[in-house]
Design a protein around this ligand. Structure first.
Ligand code: ZN
Length: 187
């Protein structure tokens, strides 16, 4: 028997592997090594390791259903946050794209469907918090998010290039002229 790679704790799409299941022989006579997996929606099932690794099985079926249908979340704030994130990272026609997708900031495949995103971030824990990335130079995904206040987020921003503040000559002249008028009126 070849060495069995331990998949415990690994994530494949919506599946998280949590235990080894009993091996069995399939109708074609070959040995199968299934794993107990939990889908982000809560469903637990055994899935063959080969199907996990090849990507043939990526969820209990809810992922496919989600792609095909809309769900009750589509009117919520968190859904809009998710949709806007995808737009600025994945849609070159979006006005925010230059600062996100255009800088190489992507969205982890698990977060492409809303259910995967929501399974990780959940509902906003407090009204003054919003989602932020931990590493501002990395994209959006399960290992790079936090709920943060506006102040915490501002500290995390990459420094913006300041616009040159030098005054134009005509502005100075206009200011001087106004000053001269003000002085002549008051004396
Ligand atoms: Zn599921």
């Amino acid at each position: 028997m070849s060495r069995l790679i331990d998949l415990t704790g690994r994530r494949f799409g919506y599946w998280v592997v949590f235990a080894r299941a009993e091996r069995y022989t399939n109708p074609c006579g070959s040995l199968q090594y299934p794993w107990w997996c939990r889908c982000v929606c809560g469903v637990e099932k055994t899935v063959d390791g080969g199907h996990l690794r090849s990507g043939a099985s990526r969820s209990c079926g809810c992922l496919h259903r989600e792609m095909m249908t809309t769900h009750g979340m589509s009117k919520t704030r968190i859904y809009r946050v998710w949709a806007a994130m995808k737009q600025r990272c994945l849609n070159p026609n979006n006005k925010g794209y230059d600062n996100y997708g255009g800088r190489g900031l992507g969205v982890h495949p698990d977060w492409h469907p809303f259910v995967g995103y929501y399974a990780d971030v959940g509902d906003r824990p407090r009204d003054d918090l919003s989602l932020d990335r931990v590493d501002n130079n990395a994209g959006y995904g399960p290992t790079n998010y936090r709920w943060a206040t506006r102040i915490e987020q501002a500290r995390n921003r990459r420094p913006r290039k300041r616009k040159a503040q030098r005054a134009k000559l005509e502005d100075i002249q206009a200011f001087a002229a106004a000053l001269t008028r003000a002085v002549s009126v008051s004396t």
